[in-house]
Every structure is written in structure tokens, then in C-alpha cells.
Design a protein around this ligand. Structure first.
Ligand code: MF3
Ligand code: CO
Length: 248
């Protein structure tokens, strides 16, 4: 069941999304070598709460922190800890959600710690491009799987792997609503998107194999080949003539 949002509801979602956007900008200004992933989480939690919002990840399905902090070969759902210290050359995906006015916003950026290897720099850049390719031409009436088709085309043109076992999603009063938004697919297939549908489009792209495994903590998803992965996500509204990105 897809809950299409009214303009009034979208106005409310804008606030949660602004908190997400501002929190990510704040994290980007602070994150550096020597910081633990738990310290990153603390920055996120404090900033979100100070903005009058709740960090939706905290307690979601039992997740123990306010942000997913995923380093290098960790694709998603990295659990922040005091003993994982960031170092020069790491790439760190910080994925966070904020709940305000009864609605959630959700976005992710992959940050570089100091100078990173050129191949990882490029992975981050192409993953961001995958998002923008994915939403190219997207408007009311676009078939859902066109998004994944476009993401996959771009990622695979660079020889990268598209993560299959995690997808984008609808968002609103719940953090995860229908529909699922895969980052792969066949052009011209899937339901036609309607105006006012709010989606999280979130390519997760690996330097090598797209397969992942879950660690014993039951959250942390790492690439099976140990190669690095990047993640870029925004919350957006499908409009008659395009999209409106709420977390940029
Ligand atoms: N942005 C992530 C997602 O869409 C949020 C995960 S929160 C967690 O799945 F609690 F599940 F970690
Ligand atoms: Co998401």
C-alpha cells in the first residue's frame, strides 16, 4: 500500500528532511581521523535531538544507535563502537533518519577521511552520480524500476557491483513504506509512480562483487570480497514534472 502525501504532509516532511540534511552537513564538518564511530554517532544524536527531532534509527528493529556508520567494506548498518577509530584513507557512510511532526526523513553520505585512494575517491563520486542518473527523467508516470535500471547501467559501466539485498523505499509516517526501490531492474517495468509519492533512492555500490554477508552482530553488512562500498541517499517527492529532493 503506497501512501501518497498531500502538500500539507510534504510540508511537514520537509522539516524532518531539513534536520537530516543539516545533521549530515554537521557530521561532514566534524568527521576526521582519530574519531571513533561511536563519537560520530554521538554527534548525530545530539544534533538531531537539539533540532527538536528524534533519531529514528535508535531502537528501530533493535538497532542500538542513532546512525549507521559503515566503514570501508561495510556496506550498510554499521554499528558505531568506541573501538573503531577512523583513520586516514577510510571511507565512511553515515546513514541517518530524523523523526519530526510525525514524519521521517532519511539520507546518507559517504565521507572521506583525509586523503583516500583514487579508486575509492572514484567509487564515492560514481555512487553519487548513480543517484542522479537514477532519478533522471523521473516524474509522475515513470515506471518504478526505471530508477534501478539507470543506477545499474551507470554502476556497471564502471565495472562496479550493485548491492541487491538492500533497496530504497517509500517513507512517511513510517521509516520504511512501500514501494521497495531496487538499484537494479528492467527499463519500463514496475508500477507507474504517482505525484506525491515520497521515496528514498539510495544506491549502494561496491568496488567489486555485489554480494554481502551479515556479521554475527546481525546488522553489519560487509562485501564478501572485502572490497570497499559507498552509499548515497536522499528523500524525494515525485512531482508532475520531475522530483523535489527534500534532503539536499
Ligand atoms: N537509512 C537506513 C535504511 O533505509 C536506515 C536504517 S536504520 C536501522 O534502511 F535502524 F535499521 F539501522
Ligand atoms: Co533509507
Amino acid at each position: 500500500m503506497i501512501y501518497t502525501k498531500s502538500e500539507k504532509e510534504i510540508d511537514l516532511m520537509r522539516e524532518a528532511c531539513k534536520v537530516v540534511k543539516d545533521t549530515l552537513a554537521f557530521v561532514g564538518s566534524k568527521i576526521c581521523a582519530g574519531m571513533s564511530t561511536k563519537e560520530v554517532d554521538e554527534l548525530v544524536e545530539r544534533y538531531i535531538r537539539a533540532s527538536g527531532a528524534y533519531p529514528s534509527c535508535l531502537g528501530y528493529g533493535g538497532f542500538p544507535a542513532s546512525a549507521c556508520v559503515s566503514v570501508n567494506e561495510t556496506v550498510v548498518h554499521g554499528i558505531p563502537t568506541h573501538d573503531r577509530i577512523l583513520k586516514e584513507g577510510d571511507i565512511v557512510s553515515v546513514d541517518l533518519c530524523a523523526y519530526k511532526n510525525g514524519f521521517h526523513g532519511d539520507a546518507c553520505r559517504t565521507f572521506k577521511i583525509g586523503k583516500v585512494a583514487p579508486e575509492h575517491e572514484k567509487l564515492i563520486k560514481v555512487t553519487e552520480e548513480c543517484f542522479f542518473k537514477g532519478i533522471e527523467g523521473l516524474r509522475a508516470g515513470t515506471p518504478l524500476f526505471d530508477i534501478g535500471y539507470r543506477v545499474q547501467q551507470h554502476a556497471e559501466a564502471h565495472g562496479y557491483g550493485v548491492i541487491r539485498s538492500y533497496t530504497g523505499h517509500g517513507i512517511g509516517r513510517e521509516m520504511h513504506e512501500d514501494p521497495s526501490v531496487p538499484n537494479y531492474g528492467r527499463k519500463g517495468t514496475g508500477m507507474r509512480l504517482r505525484e506525491g509519492t515520497v521515496l528514498c533512492v539510495e544506491p549502494m555500490i561496491a568496488l567489486g562483487d555485489w554480494r554481502v554477508k551479515i556479521l554475527d552482530d546481525e546488522w553489519t553488512a560487509v562485501t564478501v570480497d572485502g572490497k570497499y562500498a559507498a552509499h548515497y541517499e536522499n528523500t524525494l517527492v515525485v512531482r508532475k514534472d520531475g522530483v523535489e529532493i527534500l534532503t539536499l
